[in-house]
Write a protein that binds this ligand. Structure first.
Ligand code: BES
Ligand code: MN
Ligand code: MN
Length: 461
């Protein structure tokens, strides 16, 4: 194989320009106002796949946003790799906090990315990372050596829960049949400490509504005699953690996999600075479950967080009112041994049980997902590990991530294949936040590393 590095060096500008074209399309899946841009983005990817010589490129419409598929089937005896990624992005809000137009990418240097980073919505999550796979394919194609059968499936609804991908996978099992799934939609420890993601947390997401009086009341005439739904909700929410940072929902920890002392000791070897962590997000101190380190709290332990809370008067100035209703959106990140439906049920039961008679509770469950783990003994992990050794000059550490990609557990159930998560983003890349970016180093390093994965995996299988 000709060195991917040489190819990248000779095509740097074009590789960036092509990604920029993709980033300019505001494919925000959550907002119907962008539906035509989402569709345009799917077409853009399909066209690009065709231009690379990928076969059977097709845009599959769904009840929501389309799925782009393409394949390169070299020979039945070779292992088959299914590449998954998503072309949809999170909304850019709050737009005022961006230093540049989120859909007009620019390159700027940062402390962590002295070689420059691409600032745009989706730069890291996931357009930049997904596009690395098409560019890695281009390298292998130009070398005339495609070591595995490759199938690409790029969806447009990851950020809104992949609800239409699930039936698509279930009804196209043959088309998607593979030995492993390859995904770049996670992160790594740092640019000098590569890591491979071996776990993802699951998710249970609910919206709660607390109803008090049948209308908003004058807070002077009624105040003191009527339970205020916002006060009640605040107290209820506060009671969901005890003084040790443990979640109080009855049965929440039932079945939670206890990570062995050996694995925890291995995890503790990954470089981590509590001081830098605090500084990077501007907090005075960390918080969390007693008995666990910060990296453990964000990976092997489940969580419960309020994502938003509202009600009553939030406009300009003061309006004296006891609101009729109060709301909160609550996410629970889950670990192996926990099931999203069961957790949602436990939450609802608990939340209703702790509510005083002065209010009524309504809970609406949203999308969820199962947690996922893979082991370092997985042949695809070994192939990836060797690839990092080659391009970074050092071994990648196995790390469980705190984020969720619910479709990964479903792939395992439906296709019987494990996913290998070769993510090249950094936690500091501000995914889902204003000023999301992706290191130029990371983009090129991903493109460089992926071809070695295929080479190693073909030998391994
Ligand atoms: N790519 C992220 C998940 C991620 C990021 C995992 C970094 C590990 C490291 C994905 O696009 C995402 O945002 N997932 C959502 C869940 C989804 C159901 C909306 C999440 O984790 O909040
Ligand atoms: Mn993503
Ligand atoms: Mn995301």
């Amino acid at each position: 194989m000709t060195d991917p590095k040489t190819f990248i060096e000779a095509n740097k500008e074009r590789l960036l320009d092509e990604l920029f074209s993709l980033l300019r399309i505001p494919s925000i899946s959550a907002d119907p106002a962008y539906n035509s841009d989402v569709a345009k983005c799917a077409e853009h990817i399909a066209e690009h796949m065709n231009s690379l010589g990928i076969d059977s490129v097709e845009i599959f419409p769904t009840a929501g946003h389309p799925i782009v598929y393409g394949e390169c089937l070299v020979e039945p005896d070779l292992p088959t790799v299914l590449v998954y990624g998503h072309y949809d992005v999170q909304p850019a809000d709050p737009i005022d906090l961006w230093d540049n137009d989120p859909f007009e990418p620019i390159i700027k240097t940062t402390k962590i990315h002295p070689e420059g980073a691409i600032f745009a919505r989706g730069a890291c999550d996931d357009k930049g990372q997904m596009f690395m796979h098409l560019k890695a394919f281009e390298i292998m194609k130009s070398n005339g050596e495609i070591p595995c059968n490759i199938k690409f499936m790029i969806e447009g609804e990851e950020e809104v829960g992949s609800s239409n991908l699930e039936p698509f996978v279930a009804s196209h099992k043959e088309k998607l049949a593979c030995d492993t799934i390859l995904i770049s939609d996670t992160g790594m420890i740092s640019n000098t400490t590569p890591s491979i993601t071996t776990g993802l947390r699951g998710l249970s997401y609910v919206e709660v509504e607390v109803t008090g009086p049948n209308r908003d009341l004058h807070s002077g005439l009624y105040g003191g005699a009527v339970a205020n739904p916002l006060n009640v909700l605040a107290k209820m929410v506060a009671s969901l953690h005890d003084d040790n940072g443990q979640i109080t929902v009855e049965g929440f920890y039932d079945g939670v996999e206890i990570v062995s002392t050996e694995e925890r000791a291995l995890m503790a070897k990954a470089p981590f600075s509590q001081e830098e962590f605090k500084e990077s997000i501007g907090i005075g101190d960390v918080w969390g479950e007693e008995g666990y380190s910060t990296p453990e709290r964000t990976s092997i332990r489940p969580t419960l967080d309020v994502n938003g809370m509202w009600g009553g008067y939030t406009g300009e100035g003061a309006k004296t009112v006891i609101p009729s209703k109060a709301y909160a959106k609550i996410s629970m990140r889950l670990v192996p041994g926990q099931n999203p439906e069961a957790i949602t049920e436990k939450f609802i039961k608990h939340f209703k049980a702790i509510a005083p008679d002065s209010v009524a509770i309504n809970v609406t469950p949203h999308h969820g997902g199962l947690p996922y783990v893979t082991h370092t003994t997985n042949p695809a992990y070994q192939a990836a590990s060797k690839a990092y050794q080659k391009t970074f000059g050092k071994a990648a550490l196995p790390v469980r991530s705190g984020g969720s990609i619910p479709i990964v557990a479903l792939f395992e159930q439906q296709l019987g294949a494990k996913s290998i998560l070769m993510g090249f983003g950094l936690d500091s890349d501000a995914i889902h936040s204003p000023n999301e970016h992706y290191g130029v180093f990371n983009y090129f390093k991903g493109i460089e590393t992926i071809p070695y994965f295929y080479e190693n995996y073909a030998k391994q299988k």
